[in-house]
Write a protein that binds this ligand. Sequence first.
Ligand code: C2E
Ligand code: MG
Ligand code: MG
Ligand code: MG
Length: 284
Amino acid sequence: EAKAKGAGRVALANPKMIASANSQMYLEGQLREAIANDGLVLHYQPVVGPDGRVLSAEALVRWPHPERGILPPGEFLPVAERGDLLRELDRWVLRTALREASTWPEHSGHPVCVAVNLSGLVPGDADFVDVIATSVVASGIPWDRVIIELVETLLIDLPERSRTAMDELVERGVRFAVDDFGTGYSSLARLKELPAQIIKVDRRFVSGVATESADFAVARALVDMGRAMGRSCVAEGVETATQFHVLRGIGVEAFQGWLMSRPIPPGQFRQLLRKGPVHIPEGS
Ligand code: C2E
Ligand code: MG
Ligand code: MG
Ligand code: MG
């Protein structure tokens, strides 16, 4: 018992814990403030077709932290989750991404769609449709340029109410994407139950597609099955030209990854849109 060991011992054992609890609370407070005061930024990563034309872009949140530099979501989403801030963060991202995307220039004569990741605001929420509808209407973006990305685990065994909410948005033109497909627990067979028009094949299969025969087989099975069920497939994390060409060969229609572009700030993304299709190297 701490008490039995004397006050000195307690004083020595605790500062680290206190410091870490304090810095956690401090960070949480800073994040709450950043969400409330537009202290976050969105970077956009293009998704391109087989010809390099930009079809859409995924909004990826970053936190320009006053002392620690630009923080990636992996470093502050857990803080948001613990502090019950995920929902507020999602609402901020939704509002901001749709507003920014509503003013994007056309690309090669076509409008470009925007994809938003949601993890705190979920289809089971009573106000799911309302929150999304309000952001769409406020931004003036056409419904059919909006894509909502949800991870597989949020989409399996959905209650009827959640499906109805998603259907309502789909009727207006919104599309849903299953993010990181293949990393959750649902089997290929359950793909047909997933209420999503787009399947994002996780980077873990993409990275081995040109070198590991098992990854190639899984990627090909996913794409074939997706096509048979009327879904379109996006390959995530495409880093090499060889991966791109192998994926194109098995029928992937959309590609996202560092080969085409890193996620970039809004101004830079607008510039990218004004240029022609993204150049894809020939590969080896
Ligand atoms: P995600 O939705 O699967 O996003 C793709 C992640 O892969 C991004 O990481 C992106 O920067 C990274 N990536 C893209 N291309 C490549 C590549 O070629 N190679 C490699 N190694 N990585 C690549 P990021 O931006 O750090 O985001 C991580 C995760 O955080 C996202 O995974 C998403 O689950 C979550 N997230 C990001 N932004 C938001 C947001 O605004 N709201 C919510 N709720 N979650 C977000
Ligand atoms: Mg995503
Ligand atoms: Mg993903
Ligand atoms: Mg991912």
